[in-house]
Design a protein around this ligand. Structure first.
Ligand SMILES: [Fe+2]
Ligand SMILES: [Fe+2]
Length: 309
């Protein structure tokens, strides 16, 4: 009688799980090598030069409009700082929603996997980012890190929806968008040093988050049926539109002494501002299009939302 071969202690994981574990292990190694503590890494007490822009001028929502021309150079610079502070407060809002989604993901998973361990590592990154963003907002004199009441309510709705796949897709959109904006800031040496220091840390650490979310969305999308995909396509567009609408809080204009309603209207019609959003959304939109999350039927809606050229 032939010996029965010894059974392996553990069944071999399917290739997909292995890939997922290998990717997480790689991201954990990168996190161990390149993580920053903004509390000590950034000189928070350095004075801020009121004449320096925080964003390139052509990326300010009012750039090129008559309202923009009505401001002197220093007030234009201040408007760019307040716009960045507003974008930063939207970033905090999104990071809090994302952290909740990642915790939920770990709760549903098994913390002995590298995949779940990386999710917690990302939460740790986002905790430092949100605190760093809040310190930046305080340093600029911008009065609040709270989102608009509408975004606040929608964030709570997302907690109730409990959709982890949408959390990952939303993360890809927001992280790619922010990444594109912040890379421009890191490259532009004329900008405010504090804003660039914050951007630099964020760019380095967010590259890992995108490397975690992309394959996770690919796996989840592949497992989705047509009906669920149709709902998901709409859900993601709603999320992307809301995230972008939240970028410039109306108080940015009030602080500049402008009529908020007129300024928002001017920004909405400003081709420079439309181009900025298209440029910053490009990588996420390309990825979603390759995957089929944006298809022929939904692409026109992304175009109408000013997120696709
Ligand atoms: Fe972040
Ligand atoms: Fe992130």
């Amino acid at each position: 009688m032939r010996d029965t071969p010894a059974r392996p202690v553990r069944e071999r994981a399917p290739a997909r799980t292995l890939d997922r574990e290998q990717n997480a292990a790689r991201l954990l190694r990168a996190s161990a090598r390149h993580s920053f503590d903004p509390e000590t890494e950034i000189d928070w007490d350095a004075p801020i030069d009121p004449d320096l822009f925080a964003l390139p001028a052509h990326r300010v929502a009012l750039y090129g409009t008559p309202l923009w021309e009505s401001l002197d150079a220093r007030r234009q610079a201040q408007l760019s700082v307040h716009q960045l502070a507003s974008v930063t407060s939207a970033g905090i809002w999104f990071e809090l929603v994302l952290m909740e989604g990642l915790i939920r993901h770990v709760y549903d998973g098994d913390l002995t996997t590298r995949h779940a361990q990386y999710a917690l590592t990302e939460v740790a990154d986002e905790c430092r980012h949100s605190t760093m963003f809040a310190r930046y907002i305080t340093a600029t004199g911008y009065p609040s890190a709270r989102p608009t009441p509408q975004a606040h309510r929608r964030g709570k709705l997302h907690f109730l929806l409990n959709d982890t796949t949408l959390t990952f897709a939303g993360a890809i959109f927001v992280e790619e968008f922010t990444d594109a904006m912040q890379r421009e800031m890191v490259r532009d040496e004329t900008l405010q040093p504090l804003a660039r220091a914050v951007a630099r840390i964020h760019v380095i650490e967010e590259a890992r988050h995108i490397g975690y979310a992309r394959p996770e969305l690919e796996r989840r999308w592949a497992a989705m049926g047509p009906a669920r995909r149709a709902v998901f396509r709409r859900g993601l567009l709603v999320l992307a539109r809301l995230a972008v609408a939240e970028l410039v809080h109306p108080r940015v204009y009030t602080l500049a002494g402008l009529d908020a309603r007129a300024a928002r209207q001017a920004a909405a019609e400003n081709p420079h501002w439309r181009q900025a959003r298209i440029d910053w959304a490009r990588k996420a939109v390309e990825f979603f299009t390759e995957l089929g999350v944006i298809d022929r039927r939904t692409a026109p809606r992304w175009r109408r939302a000013g997120l696709l050229g």
